[in-house]
Design a protein around this ligand. Structure first.
Ligand SMILES: Cc1cc2nc3c(=O)[nH]c(=O)nc-3n(C[C@H](O)[C@H](O)[C@H](O)COP(=O)(O)OP(=O)(O)OC[C@H]3O[C@@H](n4cnc5c(N)ncnc54)[C@H](O)[C@@H]3O)c2cc1C
Length: 100
């Protein structure tokens, strides 16, 4: 899903997700892929088009440019990638990159 700044509540919630204002940079738009394939496709497309991008996992990193980007680029937020799955033998836990 692509969320534009004009989509006020959704955009604001995702842009201001970080616990610190340093991370609220106001990207041109925010992508919320639902899985690894969508995430991969988004990264490939943006790189091909030389579009600056930033990827956010849990959004805990406080450094401004680490997990957000200003209006010159696109933020990919992993907020929909929060799968947590325990294997049948209870030996392996698979955790989505957007889990926090
Ligand atoms: C108060 C505080 C205490 C902390 N304590 C600890 C601690 O005790 N131990 C510890 O190990 N760390 C600690 N940290 C550091 C913190 O855990 C790291 O910043 C960690 O990266 C946060 O994970 P996140 O998923 O929130 O990543 P984010 O903040 O979302 O991203 C961190 C970096 O990873 C990149 N990234 C995210 N997802 C992807 C992806 N799918 N592909 C490629 N790159 C990606 C981002 O672009 C960014 O550069 C602390 C940080 C703070 C602010």
């Amino acid at each position: 899903m692509t969320i534009l700044p004009s989509e006020n509540d959704d955009y604001r919630d995702l842009n201001e997700f970080s616990w610190t204002r340093e991370g609220w940079l106001g990207s041109a738009c925010i992508l919320t892929p639902s899985g690894a394939e969508e995430l991969s496709s988004a990264v490939k497309t943006l790189v091909e088009r030389k579009t600056p991008l930033e990827i956010r996992g849990g959004g805990h990193m406080p450094i401004g440019d680490a997990a957000n980007i200003n209006s010159t680029g696109v933020l990919i937020a992993s907020s929909k990638m929060r799968l947590k799955e325990l294997s049948e033998d209870l030996q392996t836990l698979t955790v989505g990159v957007g889990s926090s």
